[in-house]
Design a protein around this ligand. Structure first.
Ligand code: GDP
Length: 300
């Protein structure tokens, strides 16, 4: 059983009683505990290092106010910094889907196979229908897995959106263009384009999605990543971020037992807001990302 960050910090806080300020020496133990806990929460090492450096800079020399002990003050610094790193400083609008364009607004989904792209397309369609009263069309550019096209058809139906057919003999760019024409001619507000994912990063996949992006110029390009992916999330996020101008991230499977450390890594690497989190397999299982709440979860 892993010890939560809060528990670890509480233990060190006790040993810091009676001291009036945060100093290099009394924060050292605390920073070591934070480092261990973040690594255990699967935050990537370079991200942990940078985070620790920031917390240290904020904390040192900070006068301890009122009834706070230096330890409690440091816990406060950690919480605030954690929330900021994952996006609290971006404000609530950051989690909105941008539809401010001539309709149909195109949303392109990117990510590895199994990350939750197809499921998220349907969740997002339902979200846009329910909360923003939009008319939504979906299409699959996954020409490698006919089952993926069928899966999108099924979940799109559950979402109450419309699905545009595609077949494995077509090119993804042609599929997307045909869907776009259909969306224009039938006055859709939004077109969500699902894409093929591989089990690991490969150049052909990146080239294909980059070409697709260039052809349809989506207003939103969302990187879908599995919260359970842990350390690997960094490499995957880097590859997608290098290949595509991402506009946001969807962190799926946060209902699993990961601490959510991937949120830090992915924010750090992409620099883009986490817009939504997946909280169940069900079609309603999508929530706007709340950085403060998520910071609490990482703290444990
Ligand atoms: P894709 O290959 O990226 O399109 O991934 P899928 O959408 O097919 O999802 C892969 C698996 O993850 C499916 O079994 C989904 O039901 C599941 N999944 C997707 N999002 C979530 C989520 O937020 N929570 C849970 N528990 N499962 C999810």
């Amino acid at each position: 059983m892993l010890e939560s960050l809060s528990t670890r910090l509480a233990r060190v806080v006790k040993t810091m009683k009676g001291e009036a300020r945060l100093t290099e020496s009394n924060t050292a133990d605390m920073l070591r505990e934070i480092r261990m806990a973040l690594l255990e929460a699967d935050v990537a090492l370079p991200v942990v290092r940078e985070f620790i450096a920031k917390v240290k800079e904020r904390a040192l020399g900070q006068d301890v106010v009122g009834s706070l002990s230096p330890g409690q003050a440091l816990v406060g610094v950690v919480h605030r910094e954690l929330a900021n790193v994952i996006g609290a400083d971006l404000g609530k609008e950051a989690s909105q889907i941008n539809l401010a364009t001539q309709p149909p607004a195109i949303i392109l989904m990117a990510g590895l196979q199994g990350a939750g792209k197809t499921t998220t397309v349907a969740k997002l369609a339902k979200h846009l229908i329910d909360t923003r009263k939009k008319k939504v069309l979906t299409v699959s550019g996954d020409v490698y897995r006919p089952a993926a096209i069928e899966q999108l058809k099924t979940v799109t139906g559950q979402a109450g959106a419309e699905w545009f057919p595609s077949t494995p003999d077509q090119k993804p760019v042609d599929i997307a263009r045909a869907a776009l024409d259909y969306a224009r001619n039938h006055y859709f507000d939004v077109l969500i384009v699902d894409t093929a994912g591989r089990l690991a990063i490969d150049d052909a996949m990146m080239k294909e999605i980059a070409e697709l992006h260039a052809a349809i110029k989506p207003i939103e390009t969302l990187f879908v990543v599995d919260a359970m992916q842990g350390q690997d999330a960094v490499n995957v996020a880097k590859a997608f971020s290098d290949a595509l101008p991402l506009t946001g991230v969807v962190l799926t499977k946060t209902d699993g037992d990961s601490r959510g450390g991937a949120a830090l890594s992915v924010r750090h690497i992409t620099g883009k807001p986490i817009k939504f989190i997946g909280v169940s397999e069900k079609i309603g299982g999508l929530e706007a990302f709340d950085a403060d709440g998520f910071a609490n979860r990482i703290l444990g």
